[in-house]
Design a protein around this ligand. Structure first.
Ligand SMILES: [Zn+2]
Length: 403
């Protein structure tokens, strides 16, 4: 292949901007949206993505990554010389809602996963094509990964964890979730707790209760009040962009009828924290509170704590953040303001398990987790341009990974 002399950064930006093909990108997005892929059942759309990439001439890998039903998709694009590896990572599964087929109208793509996040994955694919065709990637490489098992409560993120364990990891990762207005440099960790309070014996009419029988509804109410008090004190633990520590109860369940004393009460909610590595502190704080309530109410209390992701921080001076902002300046004329990430996404997993900086940035799309998903095609084009140019800016330097 003929090697062109290296372009300046603004020259590369102009080339990339011109090379991103909106119709080709949209066709890719439609081809992904039209294959239903509820979480844990994304095999068919993973196959579709692999076919598209193979037709485009890329070498496609299909790591099983702990989910044989839907092997993941991975592609590597090498630049002209060695350098850092920028990863683009997306999930191909969608939430379990009735399937909405793709439709294009008024410059927007509608349909299941168009916002979250097949549109974003199509933008990553377009960025790869453009980097290859323009030969703008002077140094470093890009690793594209796409997988299943993201959306809770159906998925448990086992596939992204396995990809990381198997070495499908860059020096930094970009994730095209629907967040466009600011660059999230902090995000809270989250744990979901489900407490089951129970007493011995059978349900009984209130007037037939033995004297001093423990009351699980009272214990549940006490627990909710104590958690409310905990939330007030947790409000003092803050971080500039992520917000505050918190505890929240969203669901309490007990009882069959108004005058019967039940044997079980469940309390279900979330604990969020701003400090990376805060999982154990959050867990033990809740555990102590729950023990105290069980003891004072003379009930039995069991609880589960599921942690979708730890808190994370990215240094705004990190080379990937600098490369991203430089790309934004070239493509849109402005850097993004720094902010927090309102949700837990796979970026939290990358930062905790792989120890790499993770930037969540995608199209300004709407309707995630509803039947009304919509993404402007112009936003997909912008994301493809920004991703490709970020790779150009990030590549020079020494890779810290072995992949
Ligand atoms: Zn998503």
């Amino acid at each position: 292949m003929e090697k062109n002399p290296p372009l300046g950064f603004s020259g590369a930006a102009a080339k990339i901007r011109a090379a991103v093909d909106g119709q080709r990108l949209l066709d890719t997005a439609v081809a992904l949206v039209e294959v239903p892929s509820p979480t844990r059942d994304a095999g068919e759309v993973s196959d579709r993505l692999a076919e598209l990439l193979t037709e485009d001439g890329f070498q496609v890998e299909r790591p099983v990554a702990d989910w044989p039903k839907a092997p993941a998709v991975a592609v590597r694009l090498q630049g002209r010389s060695p350098g850092k590896v920028l990863q683009f990572d997306g999930h191909l599964d969608t939430v379990h809602l009735p399937f909405v087929p793709p439709r294009v109208a008024d410059g927007k793509l509608y349909g299941s996963g168009s916002s979250d996040m097949k549109g974003g994955i199509a933008a990553c694919v377009e960025a790869l094509r453009v980097l290859r065709d323009t030969e703008c990637l002077a140094a470093g490489s890009v690793l594209l990964t796409a997988h299943d098992h993201h959306e809770a409560p159906w998925g448990d993120r086992r596939q992204v964890r396995a990809l990381i364990a198997d070495g499908y990891v860059g020096d930094a990762v970009l994730l095209p979730e629907y967040l466009a207005g600011h660059l999230p440099v902090e995000g809270r960790g989250m744990g979901i707790f489900e407490v089951t309070i129970s007493r011995e014996g059978e349900p009984v009419h209130e007037v037939l209760r033995p004297e001093n029988q423990p009351n699980v509804v009272d214990a549940g109410a006490e627990l909710v009040v104590r958690l409310r008090q905990l939330d007030v004190s947790l409000g003092a633990v803050t971080s500039p962009h992520a917000g505050r520590d918190s505890v929240f109860v969203g669901k309490v369940q007990a009882g069959e009828i108004y005058n019967q004393s039940p044997t079980q009460c469940t309390v279900h909610g979330t604990r969020r924290w701003v400090t990376p590595g805060g999982v154990e502190a959050a867990r033990s704080g809740l555990d102590q509170l729950f023990r105290e309530v069980a003891e004072s109410s003379e009930t039995t209390l069991e609880w589960e704590f599921e942690v979708p992701g730890d808190a994370f921080r990215v240094n705004p001076e990190d080379p990937v953040a600098a490369a991203f902002q430089r790309a934004c300046r070239q493509i849109t004329g402005a850097e993004l303001p720094l902010g927090g990430k309102p949700f837990v996404d796979d970026g939290n997993v990358y930062s905790t398990l792989a120890g790499i900086p993770a930037l969540t940035h995608g199209p300004d799309a709407t309707g995630a987790h509803t039947l009304e998903e919509a993404v402007p095609v112009a936003e997909l084009v912008r994301v493809a341009q920004v991703y490709a140019l970020t790779a150009v800016a990030y590549g020079p330097g020494e890779s810290g990974t072995i992949s």
